[in-house]
Design a protein around this ligand. Structure first.
Ligand code: ADP
Ligand code: MG
Length: 326
């Protein structure tokens, strides 16, 4: 079983950022409004994700660490229409097989917090407010072959920051803070008091800069069961950034060829194929028309009708770019 876990871990956990992404998903699924990430050595020595979500009851701490233990889907039918970020129930087990994992959690009705050490199963009372902290130390320490593939701390840190950026762009209602080596390196306040579109704009300015926001136009397009909305950089903005393609499907960050190609086609006339387009696009689609269960990391999706998505994204961006700026 340890071996199976390590094999599964290979699919889910490539580097600190993959661990961090799973922990962020879990925090959001738990209803967190504030998430704090603490890293040491680019996440290799420590990744700690602290949330103020619902917490895990004491009895359930050992269960949360088991393979295929998920509190999120009860049936195959639900797998068709997953609303939560996680759903396979294998992230924590996989991570625990490649690093030293500790869970510290407290639910609203509990008098105290409890911690569990994944390796020994040992549980102890702990002190913290309602919510969960997951700490992962010394990633790949027991699998030197894997540890060898890690890049410099600076590179791993950059990947970790990118993962937080993606989550932050999709959830402007949640506050995020990132510490590295004891220093606060990013902090984005929650915009939950603003109406959603304004909140998204503010968060884009936080994460990608006021310039990106100022040099972009609003995208909002409906096509049957699809809605595509967000911001698309005007050609000048596109010139200044090569790393600004963010696409979300029902709130989940994805890397998708259909969306990327559609966006590129929309920009082609304006940019003459010279530059990368920049955008933050949200695709809202009936969950039964997209399969998110294609890849263990859930970063890839499969659309039931790729053409429908391609057209919608292309039109959405073309319309936005053709609209004179206010
Ligand atoms: P999944 O997210 O697919 O259900 P995970 O292995 O990521 O599987 O997590 C296992 C279970 O542990 C979750 O279903 C959830 O019940 C619990 N859990 C994990 N992280 C948290 C958290 N931050 N807050 C509350 N519960 C959590
Ligand atoms: Mg999960």
């Amino acid at each position: 079983d340890a071996l199976i876990s390590q094999i599964a871990a290979g699919e889910v956990v490539e580097r600190p950022a993959s661990v961090e992404r799973e922990l962020l998903d879990n925090a959001l699924d738990a209803g967190a409004t504030q998430i704090t990430v603490r890293l040491l050595a680019g996440g290799v020595r420590l990744i700690s994700v602290e949330d103020d979500g619902a917490g895990i009851a004491r009895d359930e701490l050992p269960i949360a660490l088991k393979r295929h233990a998920t509190s999120k889907i009860a049936s195959l039918a639900e797998l068709e229409a997953v609303g939560t970020m996680g759903f396979r129930g294998e992230a924590l087990a996989a991570i625990a097989s490649v690093g030293e994992l500790t869970l510290i959690s407290r639910t609203a009705d509990a008098a105290e917090a409890w911690s569990i050490d994944a390796a020994s199963g040992e549980m102890r009372p702990a002190a913290r407010a309602v919510g969960t902290t997951v700490e992962v130390r010394e990633l790949f320490f027991s699998t030197p072959a894997r540890r060898k593939f890690l890049k410099t701390d600076a590179t791993e840190l950059a990947h970790c920051l990118e993962a937080v950026r993606r989550h932050a762009l999709s959830r402007p209602d949640v506050g995020f803070a990132v510490w590295h080596e004891g220093r606060l390196i990013e902090q984005w306040r929650s915009w939950r008091d603003l109406e959603p579109l304004r909140a998204h704009e503010r968060r884009i300015a936080d994460v990608l800069g006021e310039d990106f926001l100022a040099q972009s136009v609003a995208v909002d397009h409906r096509a049957g069961p699809l809605r595509v909305w967000g911001r698309a950089g005007v050609p000048d903005a596109a010139r200044s950034r090569a790393d600004g393609q963010f696409a979300f499907v029902n709130g989940r960050f994805v890397r998708d060829k259909v969306i990327a190609h559609a966006a590129r086609s929309a920009y082609e006339d304006v940019l003459h194929g010279q530059r990368q387009p920049v955008y933050v696009l949200h695709l809202e689609i009936d969950p039964t028309r997209v399969d998110v269960n294609v890849h263990p990391t859930k970063i890839e999706v499969r659309f039931r009708d790729g053409r429908e998505v391609h057209q919608a994204v292309r039109h959405a961006i073309e319309n936005a770019l053709a609209t004179p700026r206010a």
